[in-house]
Design a protein around this ligand. Structure first.
Ligand code: ATP
Ligand code: MG
Length: 225
């Protein structure tokens, strides 16, 4: 079996909120393999975003062990090996859509034809007509689609998407997912999507549920029929 993308053992992350401590992720134990398609579900505040940030190496656990056997050190993951689609809008306002999508390539120094890669990523999600627009002129849903184009442009080994369809109507959300899954078909890239939408979750092959920071069944695989 190939090295796991992520190997997590008893990972914990707590935040201080005034005099209180909030346990956002509690003893999470799981593995993520290439090609996995994972939905992360759970109520607001259950720890989904915190877990995604830990998986991306953006945040560090307070306890436990979090390793990326197939990818390397935490500092080396973003944006080339792992793409993170943030829950909050994250396009840079002064840059056009095409320039925003090019950012991971420029940041990682990828040796590729940037213009061609950006054009292809935008086309994947039917966004070609938005290439020269500034983010402030886009709808919230269009911004989410552009953020997804930015996630695939560098062909990362893992895409972590935090409620990527949260601003989209059902039909547009499914179309985004169709385009993404079609794009990833036949690749080794793994995908984790945090979502409140069961229609999104059931497009994945596995669902992990979170409750008060705990990954239910300790990350065991619940296989979608
Ligand atoms: N930067 C922070 N500082 C303090 N507390 C935080 C911070 N980020 C998250 N939390 C707390 O950690 C817990 C988990 O938050 P998280 O954002 O991971 O939940 P979530 O499952 O992504 O929720 P949602 O579905 O609303 O996006 C919550 O209690 C939240 O208040
Ligand atoms: Mg969240």
């Amino acid at each position: 079996m190939a090295d796991a993308l992520i190997q997590a053992t008893d990972v914990g992350r707590a935040y201080r909120q005034g005099s209180a401590t909030v346990a956002a992720v509690v003893e999470a134990t799981f593995q993520l393999q290439p090609k996995d398609r994972m939905a992360l579900m759970g109520r607001s505040g259950s720890g989904k975003s915190t877990l995604l940030h830990l998986m991306a190496g953006l945040d560090r656990p307070d306890s436990g062990s979090l390793l990326w056997p197939a990818l390397g050190a935490a500092e080396s993951l973003l944006p080339a090996k792992i793409a993170l689609v943030f829950q909050a809008p994250s396009l840079l306002e002064p840059l056009t859509v095409a320039e925003n999508v090019a950012l991971p390539l420029l940041m990682s120094g990828a040796v590729v034809d940037t213009d061609a890669a950006v054009t292809a990523a935008l086309a994947t999600f039917g966004l070609t007509h938005l290439a020269d627009k500034l983010p402030e002129t886009l709808s919230g849903g269009q911004m989410q689609c552009v953020a997804m184009a930015r996630a695939i442009v560098g062909q990362p080994q893992l895409i972590l998407a935090d409620e990527p369809t949260g601003q989209l109507d059902r039909v547009t959300g499914q179309a985004l997912l169709d385009a993404l899954l079609q794009h990833l078909a036949g690749t080794e890239t793994a995908l984790v999507i945090a979502t409140h939408d069961p229609a999104v979750a059931e497009r994945m092959t596995m669902i992990w549920r979170m409750d008060h920071g705990r990954l239910l069944a300790d990350g065991q695989r619940e296989v979608v029929a």
